[in-house]
Write a protein that binds this ligand. Structure first.
Ligand code: AMP
Length: 285
């Protein structure tokens, strides 16, 4: 497995890869969720390429950019075990040369709601870095996790609108045994906070049960139940909503005919901000 710290060295290695390439962009601190993306890539392409880059432009001042975990040696070992062909590990100067004029990339219709409301610069930073990475890596397929469902939808729309020659694959969320969605930020949770963090998954499971088993069609009733569960776990809620799975817009009624809804939550366990979601397809109702 090779590692490339510069765009030029990456391109030299990339050029030698014959056959199809699946790409898994990450910010490192890799866990089994990231490994699932690598495995999904390996199942559909000849080679898997990973990037590890903690992207400063998607963090707002005061967020956790500086303290975001960066266990590079361990990450490279995980990539090696997953039979990754090569890893792009640029520094900030490589990705954002100081004298360069910058470009804005965004999908306002999808990116202005939910995460975009609470982290206004997030999707602009994500779209720009993913567009740059896709242009550098030139993969056939890019793999993204359902864990960041809105991010997946935003990138899917960006790829379609900009006619980027890449297909995009969504990989289901990998969870701990008790249901907590794996996240690089889970290391911030103390032993006392860990059971409270489970409130997100419990609220999502309750929402799915209300819709699928009890036939609840009022999104406001489902959202009230989610908020009650989150409050019982002493979680401060940014949003806990049921949205149209394609547009991420509110729905008046969770109709059986609807293409499907997604329940999405962002909540703070003291200083740790967590997100999770569950797709509730209409075929299961
Ligand atoms: P990150 O390193 O957090 O930026 O995530 C890189 C990629 O891994 C994104 O596409 C995430 O959606 C995905 N990912 C993160 N956590 C999980 C998880 N628990 N299950 C599946 N995919 C995940």
């Amino acid at each position: 497995m090779w590692t490339a710290p510069t765009i030029e060295s990456f391109r030299q290695q990339r050029h030698k890869l014959m056959g199809s390439v699946a790409f898994v962009p990450t910010m490192g601190a890799l866990h089994d969720g990231h490994v699932a993306l690598m495995r999904a890539g390996a199942a559909i392409a000849d080679h898997v390429v990973v990037s590890i880059f903690v992207n400063p432009t998607q963090f707002a001042p005061g967020e956790d950019f500086e303290r975001y975990p960066r266990p590079l040696d361990r990450d490279l070992e995980i990539c090696r075990s997953a039979s990754v062909a090569g890893v792009f590990v640029p520094n900030v100067e490589q990705m954002y040369p100081r004298q360069q004029l910058t470009c804005e990339v965004n999908v306002p219709a999808l990116a202005s709601v939910l995460e975009g409301e609470f982290r206004p610069q997030f999707f602009g930073g994500v779209c720009r870095v993913v567009a740059k990475l896709l242009n550098i890596v030139q993969p056939d397929i890019a793999c993204f996790g359902q864990k960041d469902y809105q991010q997946y939808k935003v990138i899917q729309a960006m790829i379609a609108d900009l006619c980027m020659p890449v297909s995009i694959q969504m990989v289901p969320t990998v969870r701990e045994a008790d249901g907590l969605a794996m996240s690089s930020r889970n290391v911030y949770l103390t032993a006392a906070q860990r059971p409270r963090a489970l409130g997100l998954h419990k609220a999502l499971v309750a929402a799915a049960a209300m819709i699928q088993e009890q036939g609840e069609t009022d999104p406001l009733a489902v959202e009230a139940t989610m908020r009650t569960i989150l409050a019982a776990h002493q979680l401060r809620v940014d949003y806990a909503v049921v949205r149209h799975a394609q547009t991420l817009q509110p729905v008046d009624c969770i109709e059986p005919a609807l293409a499907g809804v997604v329940a999405l939550i962002a909540a703070h366990c003291d200083q740790v901000r967590l997100i999770d979601n569950l797709l509730i397809p209409s075929s299961e109702r």
